[in-house]
Design a protein around this ligand. Structure first.
Ligand SMILES: [Mn+2]
Length: 358
């Protein structure tokens, strides 16, 4: 069965479960998921047996070429959604309550003046479907990851002490784009020395400080993101830095070895957290261990202390990214992506993790 036919079958099964006749989808990532077309400024309307993708004149030609043939491509208002609903006897419409602004929902409601339509929040319906990656989705993510790894290899060769954090980030991004990435999968994190204690620090216009240099970055292929972090040392690592790095790596390897279908997300996080805390870094690992990656850089599922009884399921992709951050001193993080299978997990990242001194 074609990829999109299978996707629509699953989508309509979920629509039936929550009792909506149609869904209105306008967030970029869900729009791409349900139309196969990346339109930052359009929307899709999908009923139990029909689908429309609305693109304005800036995007309509691309929509005709790229959107799934399961959708009818049309200009806004041709036909209007209320007229579609009247024709198709649509009474309930699901909307993206996590994404749609209050103003957009209000505008949508008002367009139905006189029609009896009920609006139902979709909650996590689309994000839950998106957790499970098909082979072609995994292939796109891996292709993006291969580009990012090549960029890491490249930066280790060309990095010099007189570069600024911004320059290092720019070099990574330029290399990735030159080698097939649509764009950086998020704003590249590149923090050195004392700034490496900021998990999501913004690159500064200052020359690289001696000490840890953390680079967290990714490429994008077919709309799919990759995510990796490596921490290297500018100059030489002292024994405290080596101990900290080894602790992060040990926590990362132990958590990675435990990832498998049926394991509790909470427990995977705890494996890494316990190693870090018991090594004397209690409270220095402030974020969750990992997250899903796909059409969004951060998506479901999460590996964190807040995930309750949630368990990992085959087909999910998760990052494993423990870190230790000591304010005013330095920090370190190591991040890979894994694909969960029935028997364990495949490591999607192919990049060395021993401490590199540059
Ligand atoms: Mn990440």
């Amino acid at each position: 069965m074609e990829k999109m036919e299978k996707r629509y079958e699953l989508l309509r099964r979920e629509m039936g479960k929550i009792g909506v006749d149609a869904i209105y989808v306008s967030s970029a990532e869900n729009h791409q998921y349900v139309t196969d077309f990346d339109n930052p400024d359009g929307w899709a309307f999908i009923t139990m047996d029909k689908a429309w993708v609305y693109a304005d004149p800036r995007y309509i030609e691309a929509a005709r070429a790229e959107a799934t043939s399961l959708c009818k491509v049309c200009l806004p208002g041709e036909p209007t959604i209320p007229s579609v609903c009247a024709e198709e006897s649509i009474r309930t419409i699901g909307y993206e309550d996590f994404k749609l602004t209050c103003a957009e929902l209000e505008r949508l409601r008002k367009s139905f003046e006189g029609q009896d339509i009920r609006f139902v929040p979709l909650g996590g319906m689309l994000t839950s479907l998106r957790e499970f990656k098909t082979d072609d989705e995994v292939a796109s993510i891996v292709a993006a990851q291969r580009i990012a790894e090549a960029a890491f290899d490249h930066i280790c060769k060309v990095l010099t002490y007189d570069m600024t954090e911004v320059e290092v980030a720019a070099e990574l991004e330029y290399y990735m784009k030159k080698h097939g990435s649509q764009k950086p999968s998020f704003d590249t994190i590149c923090v050195s020395g004392t700034a490496s204690s900021r998990p999501h620090g913004v690159p500064r216009n200052v020359k690289l400080e001696k000490g840890f240099l953390t680079m967290d970055f990714g490429a994008m292929v077919n709309g799919y993101h990759s995510d990796m972090t490596r921490t290297v040392v500018i100059g030489k690592a002292d024994s405290d830095m080596k101990r900290l790095y080894d602790t992060v790596l040990k926590a990362q390897l132990a958590a990675e070895a435990a990832v498998a279908e049926g394991k509790k997300n909470f427990d995977i996080d705890k494996i890494a957290r316990d190693i870090i805390y018991s090594a004397g870094y209690e409270g220095k690992f402030g974020h969750g261990l990992g997250h899903g990656v796909g059409l969004e850089i951060h998506e479901e599922p999460r590996l964190s202390p807040k995930t309750g009884d949630e368990v990992l399921k085959a087909g999910q992709i998760v990052t494993v990214e423990p870190g230790i951050y000591i304010e005013g001193l330095y920090g370190c993080r190591i991040e890979d992506m894994m694909y969960v299978t029935e028997t364990g997990a495949d490591l999607l990242t192919d990049c060395p993790k021993e401490l590199i001194e540059l």
